[in-house]
Design a protein around this ligand. Structure first.
Ligand SMILES: Cc1cc2nc3c(=O)[nH]c(=O)nc-3n(C[C@H](O)[C@H](O)[C@H](O)COP(=O)(O)OP(=O)(O)OC[C@H]3O[C@@H](n4cnc5c(N)ncnc54)[C@H](O)[C@@H]3O)c2cc1C
Length: 299
């Protein structure tokens, strides 16, 4: 693998910010994890292509951080190049179609489409993602998911080539956009005109339900495990007696057992240890293997 000095010199003239040894914990919702060896924040889609080409030529890993709401970063951090698309955050409108760059905030996008009287995205309110992360994970709720409203995407593929994808060519799954190593740089949503008040009411109802059932204001990664077929992971975790179980400063939420809370100063080691313990208890009780939904880096 290339040395830091070699990477530094290859990054000379990169079109965007380049920083070294950047703590990732503040960029994640759960506030856990070590630094990124190199953090790149390109200002254009072309910069994303360049980052992919650089990672290939240097033979170093490349990972993309969005809103950091579904990420657990290891305590030692991550090597190679970490890409933030936060500078790519423009949103434009063409009739009933809204195009958002990947670094745009999903909650802000939802609120602006509500104001425009365009319905579709409001039931995704409360998901603290960037648009790119929501597409990559096909973020959703029991009512809808991101791909339901998607018209087309612009992605940078693993060769560093910018491509346009139509919705019909995509194969999203449960909590997985099915895009492989491609990086989302822009998403166009096809929405439906509706009364802003009606959209607002649905949005508020959805937020109220979320606030009542999930520890939204605490430090978490959202749901830690995927729901196995036909049953909620939270129910299995609770019935296996894991509610309020803890490791160091990380504990299973008392409000929603598929959320683990960092109470302050929690480490990835604590978090992973708690995941293993919960998985073991659920296997012992139900013979069901819980599969992580959280993306885990650098461990
Ligand atoms: C309080 C809370 C509530 C949540 N509620 C829900 C919910 O109801 N439903 C749900 O589905 N999820 C939920 N989540 C999880 C999380 O918000 C989603 O998985 C979301 O899609 C992650 O988006 P992000 O931008 O934060 O991505 P990150 O967490 O930064 O990254 C997640 C993955 O997406 C990849 N990624 C990010 N951006 C891009 C990009 N531009 N191109 C390609 N890959 C990219 C990353 O490399 C990583 O693999 C919740 C999380 C929290 C903390």
């Amino acid at each position: 693998m290339a040395q830091a000095s070699e990477i530094r010199s290859a990054l000379t003239g990169f079109p965007g910010e380049v920083r070294q040894e950047v703590p990732l914990a503040p960029m994640t919702h759960v506030r856990i994890g070590g630094p990124a060896a190199f953090l790149l924040a390109p200002k254009t889609a072309q910069g994303v292509c360049q980052a992919v080409e650089l990672a290939r030529s240097l033979a170093v890993p490349l990972q993309v951080i969005g809103g950091g709401s579904n990420l657990l970063v290891g305590d030692a951090g991550v090597s190679g190049l970490t890409l933030s698309l936060a500078n790519l955050n423009r949103v434009t409108r063409d009739g009933e179609r809204i195009t958002a760059e990947a670094g745009a905030s999903l909650p802000a996008l939802i609120r602006s489409t509500k104001d425009l009287g365009l319905a579709g995205l409001e039931l995704l309110i409360g998901i603290p993602a960037q648009v790119g992360g929501a597409v990559a994970m096909n973020a959703g709720t029991r009512d809808t998911d991101t791909f339901t409203h998607l018209h087309s995407l612009k992605v940078v593929d693993e060769h560093g080539v910018l491509q346009e994808l139509e919705r019909d060519a995509m194969r999203p799954r449960y909590r997985d956009g099915g895009l492989g190593a491609s990086i989302v740089v822009e998403a166009t949503f096809a929405l439906t005109p509706d009364d802003p008040r009606a959209i607002f009411d649905r949005l508020e109802t959805s937020l109220k339900r979320r606030n009542a059932t999930q520890p939204v204001s605490e430090r978490s990664v959202g749901c830690v495990f995927r729901n196995p077929d036909g049953v909620a992971a939270a129910q299995l975790i609770e019935e296996a007696g894991c509610k309020m179980l803890s490791r160091g400063a990380v504990r299973v939420s008392g409000k929603h057992a598929n959320y683990f809370i960092n109470e302050g100063g929690g480490t990835a080691q604590d978090f992973l240890g708690l995941m293993r313990e919960v998985q073991a208890r659920v296997v012992e009780r139900f013979r069901v293997e819980l599969v992580p939904e959280v993306e885990i880096w650098g461990v």
